[in-house]
Design a protein around this ligand. Sequence first.
Ligand code: MN
Length: 235
Amino acid sequence: MKKPLILIFGSNDNGRLMLRRNYSDSVTGAGGIPLAVPFGIDEDGLKQLADTADGFLFAGGVDIDPSYYGETVLNDTVEIDPIRDSHEAIAVSLALASGKPVLGICRGIQSVNVFSGGSLYQDIPSQINTAIKHRQTESAEIGTHKVTTEPDSLIRSIAGESTFTNSFHHQGVKVPSPLFRVTARAEDGMIEAMEGTGDQYVLLVQWHPEFTSGTNEVSRGIFASFVDACKRLHV
Ligand code: MN
């Protein structure tokens, strides 16, 4: 059987397409073929790629321009990349229109949320009074804050009632897109996972399971669930 082809949307690093190896390794490890999508492909080209692919993974990275959700830049912690934003605005639309599985990680949950009508906290430390360190100083292999899942959700089926995740974000979902359901939160109420409500497989997590997909059962389960969903549509 042919393996599902999964498009990964990474970072624009001073003219280089940048994607940490653990994203692609996590997809490979779950039985998919990862393909990092370069910048500079126009909408028709992205549409053709989307038609060919079996799934979409939106990876971590810098912040989304708040003008996409009707705000101005809050402070100098907000780091924007217009090239990535315009590329992902198209890619998210195509992904959601495709009916094919979508996995969003860190910036990925934010990107899919914003480009489908949601908004973000631009800077958690200055906008929310919380004792939780959403930008941990511990290594990425260590889960540092608790995440509690909602009943009857995909993430509940993968992670159980609660799990400890790593956390490397200074932004977070403020208003969820109407397309999605919030399915996990940190103990301060921060949205940590969202999911689709219809037939399309959409799983969005604020943390970084790609660092531990080889060692942690929840992280492995996230990629297995996503790639299995891609396989089901791949004929
Ligand atoms: Mn967090």
